[in-house]
Write a new protein. Structure first.
Length: 135
């Protein structure tokens, strides 16, 4: 009987992890929250700042079906950017595009939902770390 309970407990504990991982396969929309942000310029050290101070979106909505990323910046302006390249690898999903003079690349780790985003333009770069979850 103890073996049956152990098997049932293991199945219960593993099931949420399996559902979590399957949400990061590019089949369902995601929302990603920015946690840490950096701003970089040539000849200077990168500076950590809040998303609000850098006017970087705190939340990104990713719609894989429509190939769009929508972001609302702290100033209230919402922007939608086309996902121009999408690559689903074994451990990550990589999205790339461009918007407003910046080229961007966003990587989501399938197992955890952690994300890293870089946006690079003329003499400026932004790096954002955060996490994603299903909508």
């Amino acid at each position: 009987m103890r073996v049956l309970h152990s098997v049932a407990l293991a199945a219960f504990l593993l099931a949420p992890g399996l559902a979590w991982a399957e949400g990061f396969d590019g089949s369902k929309p995601l929302i990603c929250a920015s946690v840490d942000s950096l701003s970089c310029a040539p000849g200077e050290n990168c500076v950590a700042a809040t998303t609000e101070a850098l006017n970087i979106p705190q939340f990104l909505r990713i719609n894989f079906a429509d190939k769009e990323v929508t972001a609302e910046r702290p100033d209230g302006e919402a922007r939608t950017s086309e996902i121009q390249r999408l690559e689903a690898l074994d451990n990550e999903i990589i999205l790339q595009g461009s918007q407003g003079g910046l080229g961007w690349s966003l990587t989501i780790t399938r197992a955890s939902g952690k994300m890293s985003l870089s946006a690079v333009g003329d003499q400026v770069a932004f790096v954002v770390f955060g996490a994603c979850t299903r909508l």
